[in-house]
Design a binder for this molecule. Structure first.
Ligand code: GDP
Length: 300
């Protein structure tokens, strides 16, 4: 049994590889929830939905958000009647979000997601990190404090970042149970600040991680993340924007860090922080890349 800690872009790519080489019933995925919010009256748990669509091979791999070949009739009509929405929610994707919103009237988020993944025929457990609502705000130099999705979409991730702030929430009890039951924990190449830190800073999580074999894949090559604003968020949070910064964040519990071939020169420094450093191609362009990286995370 393995537990994967995930955000909504880098780790889902790795999950595509892992599910090809590991029994789906033996995989649990703990997913970040701090970015969840309501848009156009529906509950949007973007990272959870990305993981749901990754397991069902429906994910739109151009954006790592929403369903491939979706239509946008409702999104466009909303704009026509003066109700333009920030997120570009597709029609089929909106159905998932409506279902989750309705289930949330009766169940906590963890049960709502469990019902959805079973209806989709997914054998792996998808565990939201918390059932509590949260907020995430980015303090910027140009616009002051902005909502996370405004930072990414309205301002296209361009402003200078002063700090990243999110609510402290309690873990869904299944988070701790899943880590306890697992032989190995895999931290995918997700944004350490906005996707992984919210999970590992949940009460009790680090205490359990210390007892386990934990392997992480770095989302950085050199001083740049493979994609997205992780570099800015690392610097604003007082960390180096590189695999060395990642190593320092995970230092207290991490056994193995997988870094890219191009970062060979960091190996010596990294070995002083993390016991085991593995080097490979960490860019996941095709399924072979994903399976190769998955094998390295699974094997000892
Ligand atoms: P978010 O929830 O959409 O922010 O997504 P995640 O936190 O899961 O993933 C964002 C991170 O994935 C970024 O920091 C990227 O550097 C990383 N990433 C995306 N694609 C790849 C890849 O192919 N390889 C590696 N190593 N990292 C990747």
């Amino acid at each position: 049994m393995i537990t994967i800690l995930s955000g909504g872009t880098g780790t889902p790519k790795l999950i595509q590889g892992i599910k090809k080489i590991y029994d789906e019933e033996e995989i649990n995925v703990i997913v970040n929830t701090v970015e969840n919010d309501y848009f156009s009256g529906v509950y949007v748990a973007a990272d959870i939905d990305t993981v749901l669509y990754t397991f069902t091979d429906m994910i739109n791999e151009d954006t790592w958000y929403g369903i491939k070949n979706d239509t946008f009739i409702t999104h466009e009509r909303l704009a026509e009647i003066g109700q333009a929405e920030l997120l570009r929610i597709g029609d089929k994707d909106r159905a998932t979000k409506i279902q989750k919103t309705l289930l949330l009237e009766e169940y906590p988020l963890s049960e709502a997601v469990d019902i959805q993944r079973k209806k989709l025929g997914i054998k792996s457990k998808i565990i939201p990190m918390s059932n509590e609502n949260s907020e995430i705000k980015i303090e910027t130099e140009e616009h002051g404090e902005v909502e996370f999705h405004d930072f990414l979409i309205k301002y296209q991730g361009k402003p200078k970042v002063k700090s990243v702030n999110y609510s402290k929430v309690n873990p869904n009890p299944e988070v701790i149970e899943s880590i306890k039951k697992s032989d190995k924990i895999i931290i995918g190449p997700s944004n350490p600040i906005t996707s992984i830190m919210p999970i590992i800073s949940l009460k009790g999580v680090k205490d359990e991680l210390i007892k386990k074999e934990v392997v992480a894949v770095s989302p950085f090559i050199g001083e740049e993340p493979v994609s997205g604003p992780a570099g800015k968020f690392m610097s604003a949070s007082g960390h180096l924007s590189s695999s060395i910064g990642v190593a320092k964040i995970y230092e207290s519990f991490l056994n193995t860090l997988i870094i890219d071939n191009k970062d060979l020169d960091m190996k010596e420094t990294l070995e002083k922080i993390i016991p085991n450093i593995k080097i490979t191609n960490t860019i996941m362009k095709n399924i072979e890349d994903k399976i190769n990286l998955a094998k390295l995370t699974i094997e000892n």
